[in-house]
Design a protein around this ligand. Structure first.
Ligand SMILES: Cc1cc2nc3c(=O)[nH]c(=O)nc-3n(C[C@H](O)[C@H](O)[C@H](O)COP(=O)(O)OP(=O)(O)OC[C@H]3O[C@@H](n4cnc5c(N)ncnc54)[C@H](O)[C@@H]3O)c2cc1C
Length: 440
């Protein structure tokens, strides 16, 4: 198969990139499972927006502060400055954000100095991806291929990307060649035992980038979410959104005492919970909704309320057990401000990519926004250059199919390789921080 532009992934980043590609060009989106099965779909809390010029400094500072001031300042500036335009586009695409007295309603999450997060109940990601997917399906130039998994990229002698090798739903291995390829294949949660992410989101783009010597960045920067619903069942961990704490929920230890300021950055709160679990010798601590009015729990957090009930906890009457779990990856394939990677004609956007916008720790609700901002910028840059590019007739012949005889082994090795790199660099980062603390 041949196409002008190939996008790997149907989360917010992939869909938004597709919608911004020129309508006269053929775009193919491949996605590992059903199109809606992305982490974007799971996003609960919301999406940030610069409310007005007076909020610029505060928003910039909160993002940098959460990121331990290791963020790329230009990326942060681009994201914040683009936010109002992105939100207007989402509204034009049909996304329905909560309103209050005829104006957009804003909520707050940890490490935000003021409310600047737009939301749709506690299912903002579902609302955004559903509407984007609907618009994508209306476009005649865009085709979505579900259950089609990228297993490699095709690299030519000139270090340019000529498309990807895919495993189809029937198990066959074929190629899709393209003028431009955009990796929008999400984070790394599926390689961790405890994660809020879909299990099939397994850092595939990052592993393939490693195999091809494509530059990576901030690979030790993994984010743990402080509050996921404690469960002994295997599988994805259910998130109890930070906006619950933003609206007043408190954390309690086994003696029902508070032990941390709940609105500190995520890494600080997660560390405090682990310390308390250690002291209490329990595999969880507790979150209490007692300070949130019942009406707000039912209207703003209906999904969380329902899920807790299903697991046997009525959060209107009792605290709910929580435990930190892997949630987000700040690092990834190194990109510039328009999503280009170190390989020609290969772009990366969304959680799989990294231009330093989050620094060492992401500020809550900045990731959907960042995914959309840099996806649009990547599409705009591709649109400028695509007419000068031809698909190589020989691209499919560059592929040695024999390499893919044992896909299970490749998948296992890829996961182990990425996990080892992240964990090694994460430990180095922790040591460096401790050293910095000691040095004052
Ligand atoms: C439970 C949860 C709650 C969250 N809440 C918020 C929030 O409130 N606000 C916020 O800003 N962020 C939130 N996030 C983070 C945010 O949702 C993600 O970081 C962001 O949506 C990433 O978007 P993406 O398009 O890069 O990746 P994803 O949305 O994860 O999409 C990745 C896509 O790539 C596909 N894919 C993966 N590998 C392959 C492959 N090899 N071949 C083909 N396709 C592949 C997947 O099937 C999927 O379609 C949350 C995340 C989770 C898990």
């Amino acid at each position: 198969m041949k196409t002008d532009i190939l996008i790997v992934g149907s989360g917010a980043a992939g869909l938004f990139a597709a919608l911004h590609m020129p309508k006269r060009k053929n775009v193919v989106i491949i996605t590992k499972n059903e199109a809606k099965e992305s982490d974007s779909y799971l996003a609960q809390g919301g999406i940030c927006m610069l409310r007005d010029e007076d909020d610029y400094e505060g928003y910039f500072h909160d993002t940098m502060n959460a990121g331990h001031f290791k963020n790329d300042e230009t990326s942060v500036d681009i994201m914040i400055r683009s936010s109002q335009g992105i939100i207007n586009e989402l509204i034009e695409f049909g996304v329905n954000f909560e309103h209050h007295h005829g104006h957009l309603a804003f909520t707050k999450e940890g490490a935000h100095g003021k409310p600047r997060i737009l939301f749709h109940e506690d299912q903002t990601g579902k609302e955004i991806t559903r509407k984007l997917l609907r618009r994508v399906r209306e476009r005649e130039n865009i085709t979505i291929l579900e259950y089609t998994t990228m297993i490699d990229i095709i690299e030519n002698e000139d270090n340019a990307c000529e498309g990807v090798v895919v495993k189809n739903n029937d198990g066959s291995v074929t190629t899709i060649t393209s003028k431009y390829t955009v990796l929008a294949c999400g984070g790394v949660g599926g390689i961790y035992r405890n994660s809020t992410n879909f299990r099939h989101i397994t850092a595939d783009g990052i592993a393939i980038a490693m195999n091809h010597g494509i530059e990576l960045r901030d690979m030790g920067c993994i984010q743990i979410h402080p509050t996921t619903l404690y469960s002994e069942k295997p599988g994805r961990r259910f998130l109890i959104s930070e906006s619950v704490r933003g609206e007043g929920a408190i954390l309690l230890n086994k003696n029902r005492e508070r032990f941390v300021d709940e609105l500190l950055p995520r890494d600080v709160v997660a560390n405090a919970i682990w310390r308390e679990m250690d002291k209490d010798k329990t595999p969880y601590e507790w979150i209490s909704f007692e300070n949130i009015p019942e009406k707000k729990v039912r209207t703003h957090f209906p999904n969380i309320y329902r899920k807790c009930l299903e697991e046997g906890y009525d959060c209107l009457k009792e605290p709910v057990p929580i435990v930190p779990a892997q949630h987000y990856f700040m690092g990834g394939i190194k990109i510039g401000y328009t999503g280009h990677t170190s390989m020609k004609r290969l772009y990366a956007v969304g959680e799989t990519a990294c231009n330093g916008v989050h620094g060492e720790n992401r500020l809550a609700s900045n990731s959907l926004l960042e995914s959309l901002v840099f996806a649009e910028r990547a599409a705009n840059e591709i649109a400028v250059h695509i007419d000068g590019v031809e698909i190589s007739e020989n691209a499919a012949f560059l592929v040695d199919y024999g390499k893919y005889n044992d896909l299970k082994k490749i998948e296992k090795e890829n996961k182990e390789k990425v996990l080892e790199m992240i964990e090694t660099l994460k430990n180095e980062l922790i040591e460096r921080r401790e050293q910095e603390k000691k040095n004052g």
